[in-house]
Ligand binder design. Structure first.
Ligand code: F6P
Length: 357
């Protein structure tokens, strides 16, 4: 008898259910005797011992559904070994659930924080296989994460819609896109939506250059402009600050986010109307796009393959068009940032997109 647990952790994204389905269907195909347990709400359920014995029918009809049927939560990695007021030893509690269910493997789907804890569980002797999910696409070791392409679709659609109203009114619009500390989503959505200026955390911006890019467009007779700004975008001055100094400086400024500060600054410098649009969690919601359904299904089936081969302690990754297992210890704690000289940035610059540099 094979026993496998599945959990989804961290911020949700499109394609989680497709991946859960992929894992389960491939496991049912592979093993005559198999029990699958759905762990509730990510690591929180593993800590609390909250789970459900899944049936084959639980995995039907979920391919196209957004979110996660298992629920999710954010359980900070840095607190995993800290015993808090509730006196719970979280690592011991997670291992206890694994032992109680006699799991042969725990399939964990998540982003960066999730992978650090998955690696911790591996170090503690738990057989784990992970899948890379996040709209941020910032997980080291894989070319792409599921959720990313669906979020790009939504974000690009937002920019498309903003384009028409910006054109009618001759306004400058700043569209702030998710992505946490990296700019993949803003970069791809910005290019797909035809943004004139794209600001990314990886390329700290110079406000004067941003203003100059707007001015250039005005001189060309273009009354409107669109800026696609990553939520983690930084000015050059901010890029030199430490984490605490940056947080204090931002708090003192009092803007809800970088887009609002930029709007105020650009309004001061250039005059004219500057409006902000923050699609926020819209970018993580709704059905996965077909690309993500395929990717999540491939990776889910690959996770079942790893279990078949007893290949544990790995993330099923997409590298150069192939699904490959990547050692978790190599993945954990590393961020995949947008390289300054990547093709997308070079080509966008070729067609006149400004990165505020
Ligand atoms: O990691 C995915 C993500 O959507 C980031 O892009 C964003 O910064 C963060 O999660 C938002 O987190 P929460 O859903 O906890 O507000």
């Amino acid at each position: 008898m094979m026993r496998v647990g599945i959990l989804t952790s961290g911020g949700d994204c499109q394609g989680l259910n497709a991946a859960i389905r992929g894992v389960a269907k491939a496991l049912y195909e592979s093993f005559d005797e198999i029990e699958i347990y759905g762990i509730s709400d990510g690591y929180r359920g593993l800590i609390r011992g909250e789970y459900k014995r899944m049936k084959p029918e639980d995995f039907s009809g979920i391919l196209t559904i957004g979110g996660t049927i298992l629920g999710t939560s954010r359980q900070p990695y840095k607190l995993m070994r800290v015993v808090e007021e509730d006196s719970v030893d979280k690592v011991a509690a997670m291992k206890k659930t694994v032992t109680k269910l006699r799991l042969d493997c725990l399939v964990i789907m998540g982003g960066n924080g999730t992978h650090k804890t998955a690696n911790l569980l591996r170090e503690e002797g738990v057989p784990v296989v992970t899948l890379p999910k996040t709209i941020d696409n910032d997980l080291w070791g894989t070319d792409i994460t599921f959720g990313f392409q669906s979020a790009v679709d939504i974000a690009a659609n937002v920019i498309d819609c903003i384009h028409t109203t910006a054109t009618s009114h001759g306004r400058v619009f700043i569209v702030e896109l998710m992505g946490h500390k990296v700019g993949w989503l803003a970069l791809h959505a910005g290019i797909a939506g035809g943004a004139d200026i794209i600001l990314l955390p990886e390329l700290p911006y110079d406000l004067k250059r941003v203003s100059a890019a707007l001015e250039k467009r005005r001189k060309q007779g273009k009354a409107f402009s669109i800026l696609a700004v990553a939520e983690g975008a930084l000015s050059r001055r901010e890029a030199k600050m430490g984490k605490k100094e940056l947080a204090a400086a931002r708090a003192a400024e009092g803007y809800p986010s970088v887009a609002y500060r930029l709007a105020a600054e650009l309004q001061d410098q250039a005059g004219g109307e500057v409006r902000v649009c923050v699609p926020g969690h819209f970018q993580r919601g709704g059905p996965p796009c077909p690309y993500d359904r395929v990717l999540a299904t491939l990776l889910g089936a690959a996770a079942a393959g790893c279990i078949r081969e007893q290949r544990f302690g790995v993330m099923c990754a997409m590298v150069n068009g192939q699904v490959v297992p990547v050692e978790l210890e190599k993945v954990a704690g590393k961020l995949k940032k947008v390289p300054e000289d990547c093709l997308e940035i070079r080509m966008a610059q070729e067609i006149g997109v400004s990165f505020g540099r």
